[in-house]
Design a protein around this ligand. Structure first.
Ligand code: 4AD
Ligand code: MG
Length: 432
């Protein structure tokens, strides 16, 4: 057998004189008498293989007949133009080996969402899932490149913690050798500690939220890309966010056109993404929402319907700044120009997708932090180490957390967040 090549390479260099070898899985197959048309897929794409009795050993022809959907196979043959084949080329087989036969595949066309989730370990082979996973990897690659160019140091914070960074309601509690501990909701506090050594840091970790709500944008376990920056105030924090998000979108547009097309994603809105992003104050958003007929009180956090209304007709993400203190976490910096609010910003993705980033400048006044912990009846012991950061050479600093699946959901233009993670964890799902 010759050296196997990725299927995409066959299309890139359709040299019709040479034998090519591919290996992959049967995506579709039909046979009639002395001919088998088998569509083979590998990580890179699909191609039609035509197998004609008499043009290859008898055993190979039989293998092609028996190779049912999702059997793994190896094929050698010559490339030929064929207008009817997907992509305009096919392979005319001179060898066809069955590597791993497949039982009847449980996923056929038009399956219920439930079945696709039960069979997720098999459904991730679908072309849509393949495209989404590539786009996710490329978006992260774009982020990593940007972080490297901008002198951020990658760090590795813990997942077991005794801190409730984002409040008690969504904590996953666990028994840590007899002590109560939690799965991390955010690496933020650890990143804050690390800036006193490294100044500009980032981490990519799973974060956990015991979200009981079943929504198309909440997972109980998601990937969290977090940055923390010494000597940075909230305005610059927002500039960092718009540059980072733009780098992620641009990388996907440059490298993943075919995948976006497969997902039928309209790329015109994505092409419009470039800094500066629009900034609106929370109070302006409340007025806007009321003018659109929302019955919303000042002080309420924005939910999905409100965020959808604000972003539905936009192509570029929008920052919402200056949330009132009562709807945000205790560690944010009070805005001296508007002390009812924090120097914070949520970044909302356009086209209705809503929040993709939560960020803020951090409170440096230790007394304010202590007051807020007391007001929330949070025992101070677990936060002494965090308060130490204000006792030893405190500096102005800011940071943010980007929900990777939220961003990929928007870039891919898919409705439900579970589609952008291979093994989604939701209230109802922990298998497979
Ligand atoms: O807004 P959040 O809760 O902010 C924080 O955790 C900060 N401590 C981050 C920081 O400043 N370092 O979460 C940040 C982002 C959200 O904007 C959203 O994109 C994502 O994390 N996120 C979720 N994604 C999927 N499922 C969930 N249940 C999520 N909860 C938050
Ligand atoms: Mg948030």
């Amino acid at each position: 057998m010759c050296k196997p090549v990725p299927i995409s390479e066959v299309f890139n260099q359709p040299d019709t004189d040479r034998d090519v070898c591919i290996r992959g899985w049967v995506y579709r197959t039909r046979s009639s008498g002395s001919i088998v048309f088998s569509i083979i897929r590998d990580a890179s794409g699909i191609i039609q293989v035509t197998v004609k009795k008499g043009l290859l050993p008898e055993a190979d022809f039989d293998a092609a007949v028996t190779a049912s959907i999702e059997s793994s196979v190896m094929v050698v043959g010559k490339i030929a133009e064929d207008k009817r084949a997907p992509g305009g080329f096919e392979i005319r087989a001179s060898k066809f080996k069955l590597i791993g036969p497949a039982d009847p595949f449980p996923i056929t066309e038009y399956q219920s969402e439930e079945l696709l989730l039960d069979k997720r370990h098999l459904w991730i082979r679908s072309r849509e899932q393949n495209a989404i996973m590539k786009i996710k990897a490329t978006a992260l690659e774009g982020a990593r490149e940007w972080l490297k160019e901008n002198d951020f140091v990658e760090v590795t914070p813990p997942i077991f913690t005794t801190n409730a960074c984002e409040g008690g309601v969504t904590l996953f509690k666990l028994d840590y050798f007899g002590r109560e501990a939690y799965l991390s909701q955010s690496a933020q506090m650890y990143l804050e500690a690390l800036i006193f050594s490294l100044e500009r840091v980032w981490s990519l970790t799973p974060s956990f939220r015991a979200e009981k709500s079943r929504t198309p944008r909440h997972l109980t376990e998601y990937w969290h890309l977090e940055l923390e920056e010494a000597w940075v105030e909230n305005d610059e924090n927002m500039r960092i966010q718009e540059d980072l998000v733009t780098a992620m979108v641009e990388k996907v547009l440059r490298k993943r056109r075919a995948e976006l097309e497969l997902l039928k994603r309209d790329i015109e809105p994505l092409k419009a993404v470039s800094p500066p992003f629009k900034r609106m104050k929370y109070s302006e958003v409340i007025s806007l929402l009321r003018s659109k007929g929302f019955d919303i009180a000042y002080g309420c956090d924005l939910g999905a319907p409100e965020e959808r209304a604000v972003t539905a007709n936009e192509y570029v993400p929008i920052f919402i700044t200056n949330y009132p203190k009562e709807c945000k976490a205790f560690y944010m910096k009070e805005d001296p120009e508007d002390p009812k609010t924090y120097k914070c910003a949520d970044l909302l993705a356009p086209e209705g997708y809503g929040e993709i980033i939560g960020g803020s400048e951090r409170e440096t006044d230790i007394n304010k932090l202590i007051e807020r912990l007391d007001a929330l009846s949070i025992p101070r012991e677990n936060y002494e180490w965090y308060l130490d950061l204000r006792r030893f050479g405190s500096v102005p600093h800011s940071g943010f957390g980007l929900g990777v699946e939220r961003v990929v959901r928007w870039i891919c233009g898919v409705e439900h967040i579970r589609e952008v993670t291979p093994f989604p964890r939701t209230v109802a799902r922990i298998y497979p």
